[in-house]
Design a binder for this molecule. Sequence first.
Ligand code: LLP
Length: 436
Amino acid sequence: HGTMRINESGHLTIGNCDTVDLVREYSTPLYVLDEKYFRSNCREYYRAFSDRFNSDVIYASKTLLNTAVCRMIEEEGLCLDIVSGGELYTALKAGFPASRMYFHGNNKTTDELKLALEAGVGRYIVDNLYELELLNNMAGKANITADILLRITPGVEAHTHEYIKTGQIDSKFGLAIETGQAMEGTKKALNLANVRLHGFHCHIGSQIFELESFAHAANIMMSFINNVRTETAFTAAELDLGGGLGIYYFEGDEPKPVKELADIIINEVRKQADEYCLPVPKIMVEPGRSISGPAGITLYTVGSVKDIPGIRKYVAVDGGMNDNPRPALYQSRYEAALANKMNEKETELVSIAGKCCESGDMLIKDTKLPPAEPGDVLVVTSTGAYNYAMSMNYNRITRPAMILVNEGAAEVIVQRETFEDLIRNDLIPKHLQKKE
Ligand code: LLP
């Protein structure tokens, strides 16, 4: 996928860079981001939405954010979904305009809201009644009117993993329509002096392949917008339908084209607008995984290969759940290959083990690879989203570097962590210090 090819030496290339050379130069584990692919994913959304109707495409930072990524998102004309002070800080440092940021989260702290108000964040997606009051008070004190959307729980059950479902009533996110809290929040927001309500937001889940779920959500949201107009005379001008489009990780995953997502959403919204005699609102989507996910791969070096005859062959690599916790957390499945042996026909069934001191640290259970030897380069694909973003230092393992590749050039965009980084914040109290 993307710019991945096989060259004359039988090596995998990405962005016209030989992965074996990349490993020689930058070591492993190594995250590689394909600039062309990342940007073309941005463009696909821009063309399907912003080019065709009044719409903002908002990249979900939580999938992958660093200052270089911010620059690409800005250049591609997308907005930014941020969910923490850290994401806000990163984007500001990259010079991303605060007015194009959408601030999400179910428990934004006062410190985070303060930072956002000072920076002039474009939209606050208010999650609950407490936050509504808090933001109103803080905006008042700062002499600002905060522009908001209310996060609504539409009650849509998307077919995806339990932990990444968000649209159902029993959710920590948003105000449910069925419970009356969505209407209550709306009335409250309309009566507050220092917030300006523009419309509503919902997000039904992630890694979704059934586009009908999005139409269903749009339908429910439009009917809510209609009820709000009837009860309050407020007509929502903005409707943000969240992210969630599924990507290819593994055989059987069948991603839907972004254009189809756009069509199904706009058709449903227009149909409902017609039926209720409502103006068609500005439509926002918040794709994350479908932009960054397929554009990233991870390269590892094979170390120990252990055969337990008749049971399993373990191929261990120099990374694992530290750089990709998704298999351990969600039983996510990935595909792998030996990047230095792409043309080898003979394969065997193996399992890819991480190097963490934990039996659950298995990157892939049962995959076919050519016979692996220590020193081989193992590539795992579709690791651009929720991999670096969810990486950790368990076992005091340092985070890998990330490089951006394009047309034969490679640039480090996040440096490899060093051992000094690991102890940077450690302090030894006086009574524990070594006496000279
Ligand atoms: N908007 C909101 C409000 C969200 O909560 C999310 C993801 C997105 C947009 C982006 O959704 P996407 O297009 O990436 O599906 N860590 C989990 C996924 C958690 C999803 C969190 N919210 C995983 O690795 O599968």
